[in-house]
Design a protein around this ligand. Structure first.
Ligand code: F6R
Length: 364
């Protein structure tokens, strides 16, 4: 049941500290910071390339993982949505790795893309929430997310558990490839082990975010901006809002603003800026200032350093815990989920069963 919560979606958002913890514990020993994945039937150090394929929210987890694998494990990564990838006839280097991310494990396009990668002699790893699913059955290695059943059509806890699994994979691959030393491995694993506690802190902003929803629910368009791993989070925020509140929303890489979308900005357009203090922070802030100069109402998501520096200039700011930038995507997912949820409740939509959507897309 929904417990004390009004909707499954809200219950599932609030389950995240626990289920991220469950997922992490299947790969990470917090006491030692040691990360152990199931054995990979290939030489991780020799992988020529990784291709990550998924749909929807699972695809945004793939995008975050691309930044991680490239930066931390120094391996070349391609990502695509399954419905495009499966028909592209992409040439693939023999012995590469295909990673397939799917909550349900039954998404038809993702399964078809897996078949294509198999023909192209790729190794296949699945990250799924349902271990007896088709995608799991057809993979060489299955990394299960322990999100538990996800009932709300809008994916929330499955996404952060996918990120937790991918983060463990990245650290393990980085070590195997000699891209990081033991001290760096410990540092990243330590940051990851603290995510459940940090996620619980983020949930304390629920009421503040509910209040902010009043500034959004009557708007026609909403923009989400971010850079680096904040970019897929911007896409995810926009997807959550549009699917359950039916407000038009778009996510953009902040640096793309001046190449077109800034033309949309006026006093009527709320702009959600995802800005942890990471290597991209200053650039994101300068894009945010361009938006504010045109009257855009900025809702600024950052940590204490970011909020102290520029929060006052924004229409509103939410101050999240200060964490290693590596794990920031797991935390910044939560406020965008809550914002979409509260806007949808104000609009009176069917939050758990939004129109036109199915939980598992088993047709092309
Ligand atoms: C969005 C959402 C969908 C799914 C997509 C993939 O909230 O739930 O975009 O993420 O349909 O589904 P899975 O992960 O089951 O392959």
């Amino acid at each position: 049941g929904k417990g004390n919560h009004r909707h499954f979606m809200l219950k599932e958002i609030f389950e995240q500290p626990a289920v991220i913890g469950d997922t992490l514990h299947s790969y990470l020993t917090p006491a030692t910071g040691e990360i152990v994945l199931p054995p990979m039937p290939f030489d991780v150090a020799a992988l020529p390339k990784i291709t990550i394929i998924a749909c929807g929210t699972s695809f945004y987890a793939a995008m975050v993982a691309k930044y991680w694998f490239e930066q931390v494990a120094r391996v070349s990564v391609e990502v695509d949505v399954a419905s495009e990838f499966r028909y592209r006839e992409a040439p693939m280097p023999e012995g590469g790795l295909g990673i397939f991310i799917s909550q349900s494990g039954e998404t038809a396009d993702t399964l078809a893309a897996l078949h294509y990668c198999r023909e192209q002699k790729q190794h296949i790893v699945a990250i799924v929430n349902v271990p007896e699913s088709s995608i799991a059955r057809e993979s060489d290695v299955v990394l299960q997310t322990l999100a538990g059943p996800e009932i709300g059509v809008a994916s929330t806890k499955a996404f952060t558990c996918q990120l937790a699994t991918l983060a463990c994979m990245v650290i393990s691959f980085a070590r195997a490839r000699g891209a990081i030393d033991e001290a760096e491995e410990d540092r990243l694993a330590f940051a990851l082990a603290h995510v459940p506690a940090m996620a619980a802190q983020v949930l304390n902003h629920d009421e503040a975010i509910r209040d902010l929803a009043h500034a959004i629910f009557e708007k026609r368009d909403v923009l989400y901006l971010g850079r680096g791993t904040g970019y897929p989070l911007a896409l995810e925020g926009a997807l959550k809002l549009k699917e359950i509140s039916y407000i038009h929303a778009e996510g953009y890489a902040s640096g793309e603003m001046k190449h077109g979308p800034i033309a949309l900005i006026d006093e009527e357009v709320p702009v959600i800026v995802i800005a942890p203090t990471d290597r991209w922070f200053d650039k994101t802030v300068s894009n945010m200032r361009e938006v504010m100069a045109r009257g855009g109402k900025v809702i600024f998501l950052s940590d204490v350093t970011g909020v102290d520096a520029v929060g006052e200039d924004a229409f509103a700011a939410i101050e999240l815990p200060s964490v290693d930038p590596f794990v920031a995507p797991l935390l910044y997912a939560i406020p965008v989920q809550l914002l979409a949820y509260h806007v949808a409740v104000l609009k009176g939509t069917d939050v758990d069963q939004p129109r036109n959507l199915a939980k598992s897309v088993t047709v092309e």
